[in-house]
Design a protein around this ligand. Structure first.
Ligand code: ARG
Length: 592
């Protein structure tokens, strides 16, 4: 946001650099937007900062102007140039020698008019017209996230992948990129042999899978797995069943199809509680032995594979690290399927970015995958990345170790309800109007509680912390959104997008507007680092400013013009909050 200032300042800088002949070659103001930030501390005197070092890193200042001294000279020349050419109304130039920055103190009224004016008129698309967003090249993004294993439980790692992956997709979509969301199911491998063995041994039928399929399949899997551990002939049988699958045996594939179908139906229901959808369900099964053949051939032609004595084919990542790509019986494995999958995805989507949102534990796997794709000579290897995240410890339900996502969501809802009952007696906590709302607030809490953490850090989970109504939780964001909605509906003044923003002069109003003005900068930072906590923390700060402003700026009892301007401030603040929540995957509620 704060578009006008940003482009005014950036244009002026480019012109001035050109004038003092220290600009990089072929500079165009449309392609180089200096990194300008609204100073968070400046509050009442909003300030945009331009760091000369940053400009140099981005090639805006030519690299011949090296060293501190010449950068300082450059800053002085810039300031001088601005002083003699004061054509920007309300923009003043100060030199800050310590950081070699040029700071622009901007006229408050103009900033207020810019931020509130634009946001009020274009609630849905306001951040999209930001110059910071518009200079990003348009990407074709493929994101592989969630990706649980059928027949094995959906664990908290999959939950984090789902939450973070969804956020990454939402953010890219918000920036106008083309996004394909892929759920790459673990639907192939020996575990299906084990599952099918158990299914037959327990004489199960399709009827048995009518509801709670994932749970039942899991029970059978655990049982059969135990058997396989005790009795090696069971494992041999399971391996035979999987080999049959790879060879296209109809009977086994019919069962596999059923397991896959009922599991996806189950998953979809749970995803809908989390507001998550996928464009496509892919699976490891798409890259079974036959599909992997072509890849193996390519690898062999490039001399990337060696045959071991026990009949495997291995790839040497380093001289001491040889990784299996084909098993001795010729069947595919996780890595070979991912290689074939990557090639197939490139063919289908011609992606410019391909993300794999998977926990830290699979770092070696993805290093191997990307190295192989690179050594196969595919230049798009550099567009692939592993978006890693840490482990959550202690996320379980009262029944014990949680293995099913649905149990977790139910548990959250129960804890929420319990809190509500306590609140009914103590009257100092939030109360929710119905079960559906309690569930939605609980989900918001889980999402926000997770995204609040730096993605790569491990953290300890606590129901109390995540679900509390005070403190920085999903419930708080929902609560603030509801307060704003309530104000808009009940203040007795009608919201109109064009108001006289000159009535917004109080420090709390300016402070809130400065916070809103940072929204696009925050999104860009979250985008560059693929880090949801940047946005979450911002939304907490924004909510804090909103709460302070709500306390001090009355709408109802103020003269009409003032009331209208204040209402516009609160409505635009709500738009900003809601836009941020939606990008996080949290559906903003209108009442609680
Ligand atoms: N199903 C895998 C697991 O649960 C995650 C798959 C991630 N995506 C991928 N393309 N390897 O560990």
């Amino acid at each position: 946001m704060a578009h006008k200032f940003r482009s005014l300042i950036s244009n002026k800088i480019i012109q001035a650099l050109d004038h003092i002949a220290i600009g990089g070659e072929g500079l165009k103001s449309s392609t180089v937007i200096p990194c300008i930030q609204v100073d968070q501390k400046a509050r009442i005197h909003p300030e945009f900062r331009v760091s000369l070092r940053r400009l140099q890193q981005r090639g805006v200042i030519s690299s011949t102007a090296v060293g501190r001294k010449s950068l300082l000279n450059c800053a002085s020349s810039l300031v001088e140039k601005f002083h003699t050419d004061m054509t920007i109304p309300g923009v003043y130039v100060v030199e800050d020698k310590a950081d070699i920055r040029v700071n622009f103190k901007v006229n408050c009224h103009n900033l207020v008019a810019d931020v509130v004016g634009i946001t009020a008129l274009r609630p849905d698309a306001f951040w999209r017209s930001s110059a910071l967003v518009n200079i990003l090249p348009k990407e074709r993004v493929v994101a592989d996230f969630s990706s649980p294993n059928i027949a094995k439980p959906f664990h908290v790692g999959h939950l984090r992948s789902t939450i973070i992956g969804n956020f990454i997709c939402n953010l890219h979509e918000a920036f106008g990129h083309e996004v394909t969301r892929i759920n790459y199911l673990g639907d192939w491998g020996t575990q299906f042999g084990i599952l099918k063995y158990g299914y037959d041994a327990c004489k199960m039928t399709e009827e048995d899978l009518k509801d709670g399929a994932i749970r039942k399949l899991y029970e059978v899997y655990v049982w059969a797995n135990q058997k396989a551990e005790e009795d090696s002939s069971v494992l041999v049988k399971a391996q035979e069943i999987f080999s049959k699958m790879e060879q296209g045996d109809e009977e086994v594939l019919r069962a596999w199809n059923l397991f896959r179908k009922v599991s996806i139906e189950d998953l979809r229901r749970v995803y809908s509680r989390l507001n998550v959808t996928f464009d496509e369900y892919h699976g490891e099964s798409m890259y079974s032995a036959d599909e992997c053949q072509e890849i193996i051939k390519m690898m062999e032609e490039k001399d990337l594979l060696e045959n071991t004595e026990d009949g495997r084919k291995v790839f040497s990542l380093t001289p001491n690290n040889r990784i299996t790509v084909v098993k001795s019986d010729g069947s595919s494995i996780y890595l070979s399927r991912d290689i074939a999958g990557a090639v197939d995805r490139y063919k289908r989507y011609k992606f410019t970015k391909s993300y794999y949102v998977v926990d830290n534990a699979q770092t070696d796997h993805f290093v191997a995958l990307f190295t192989i794709i690179n050594q196969l000579g595919f230049d798009w290897a550099e567009n692939m990345s592993h978006v890693k995240f840490g482990r959550i410890r202690g996320m379980s339900t009262r029944k014990g170790t949680a293995v099913f996502l649905e149990d977790l969501l139910d548990e959250a809802q129960n804890v929420m309800k319990q809190k509500q009952e306590e609140a009914n007696t103590t009257k100092n906590d939030l109360q929710y109007s119905d079960v559906d709302i309690a569930d939605k607030v609980a989900v918001s809490c889980i999402l926000v509680g997770d995204m609040k953490q730096r993605r790569q850090r491990d953290y300890v989970f606590s129901w109390d912390k995540v679900l509390q109504s005070q403190g920085d939780t999903g419930a708080k964001l929902q609560y603030v959104h509801c307060r704003l909605m309530n104000l808009q509906e009940n203040c007795g003044v009608e919201f109109t997008p064009t108001v006289n923003t000159r009535f917004l002069t109080e420090p709390v109003a300016i402070s809130l507007i400065c916070e809103m003005a940072r929204f696009d900068e925050v999104l860009i930072e979250a985008y560059k680092e693929l880090e949801p906590c940047v946005l979450v923390n911002y939304l907490f700060k924004l909510s804090g400013s909103i709460n302070v402003a709500l306390k001090q700026l009355q709408v109802k009892s103020s003269p009409l013009e003032v009331a209208k301007a204040r209402l516009a401030l609160f409505v635009t603040a709500r738009y900003t909050l809601a836009a941020g929540m939606k990008i996080l995957g949290v559906e903003p509620l209108n009442n609680m």
